[in-house]
Design a protein around this ligand. Structure first.
Ligand code: ADE
Ligand code: ZN
Length: 342
């Protein structure tokens, strides 16, 4: 008989991929203050505690306001290196063996930080993390959907020399009022250039936003997608076509998409045969890194050991790794669960 404590241990230790993680959202208040001091950037908060107290959000926009403000402390290649390295240490402790992190280039280039400085800091930490922790990676850059599509196109142009280290494009920031239609041209171009495509949809938006994001942007995965559950025909399509949804349970509660985790649809997604994955989104702001997201779902949604195994498998199957690397990661999942049964 598996005790709840053992399930918690499995959730923490099982090999897993994290596919929905904003590097800027891993900026812990302590590091924010350190970088603010180093770079001579003023923060309107007087202490780490005061900044942490501001992490009480009503919705996505109230979070984004703090997230973009705090991101202003990130200036140099070294800052992006330290941010990414700190995330990888935490991820490794949480059993993460593959990561496909996002970054928001426009948040930094709009302040005069060079695109290449951002990328080279992140990539050099990812390379060191692969050597130190054995974490494989694919990097995804997100366009800000509340900025003009022309800026997204310029960002895509800036990324072309970095095609060897940027695997894909995404779309984030305020969803309501910024539908996918404006980004058709930039996504078409990005896919022609060989980038994988993902996009946030159905976080605060509707099931119809999810459907149009799939149809218009040609994405391989939907980030969040929780509101797809409002439309049975779409649920059937997602399950049939094995479209991965990168679900972020603690994020959805912090941003009040659901008032409590007990109301979260993850359990229903799995029951409907949807390829859901569990992720942390912006863990410095939302009260938990990826393993804590799994543990909270065990407590509140009653996830079983079989659910954990399915979610671990889904996380690698939904990744952009080539088949042989996927198979190697999946073999580690199977070995882990077999050892648990022995
Ligand atoms: N940027 C960072 N986190 C985000 C989220 N959860 N939704 C949209 N944009 C984001
Ligand atoms: Zn996100």
């Amino acid at each position: 008989m598996t005790t709840p404590a053992t399930l918690m241990e499995i959730a923490t230790r099982m090999p897993k991929a994290e596919l929905h993680l904003h590097l800027e959202g891993t900026l812990e208040p302590e590091l924010a203050f350190e970088l603010a001091a180093r770079n001579g950037v003023g923060l309107r908060f007087s202490s780490v505690e005061e900044l942490r107290r501001a992490y009480d959000f009503d919705d996505l926009q109230s979070f984004l306001d703090v997230y973009y403000e705090t991101a202003e402390v990130l200036r140099t290649r070294q800052d992006f290196y330290e941010l990414t390295a700190a995330y990888l240490r935490r991820a490794s402790a949480d059993g993460v063996t593959h990561v496909e992190p996002f970054f928001d280039p426009q948040t930094h280039t709009a302040r005069g930080v060079e695109f290449g400085e951002v990328v080279s800091g992140i990539v050099s930490a990812l390379r060191d993390g692969a050597a130190e922790h054995g974490i494989t990676w694919r990097l995804i850059m997100c366009f800000l959907r509340d900025q003009p599509a022309a800026d997204a196109m310029a960002t895509l142009q800036a990324a072309l020399p970095y095609r060897d280290v940027i695997a894909g494009v995404g779309l984030d920031s305020a969803e309501v009022g910024n539908p996918p239609e404006a980004f058709v041209e930039v996504y078409t171009r990005a896919r022609e250039e060989g980038f994988a495509a993902v996009a946030h949809a159905g976080e605060e938006g509707t099931a119809d936003d999810v459907r149009r994001t799939l149809d218009l942007l040609g994405v391989a995965r939907i980030e969040h997608g929780v509101h797809a559950m409002d439309d049975p025909a779409l649920v059937e399509r997602l399950a049939r076509d094995r479209v991965p949804l990168t679900v972020c349970p603690l994020s959805n509660v912090k941003l009040r998409v659901y008032e409590t985790l007990a109301e979260h649809p993850l359990r229903r997604m799995l029951d409907a045969g949807i390829m859901a994955t569990v992720n942390s989104d912006d863990p410095a702001y939302f009260g938990g890194y990826v393993a804590e997201n799994y543990r909270a779902c065990i407590r509140e949604l009653g996830l079983s050991r079989d659910d954990l195994r399915t979610l671990a498998r889904n996380s690698f199957e939904a990744s952009f790794l080539p088949a042989a690397e996927k198979a190697a990661h999946l073999a580690h999942v199977e070995a882990f669960f077999s050892a648990m049964e022995a």
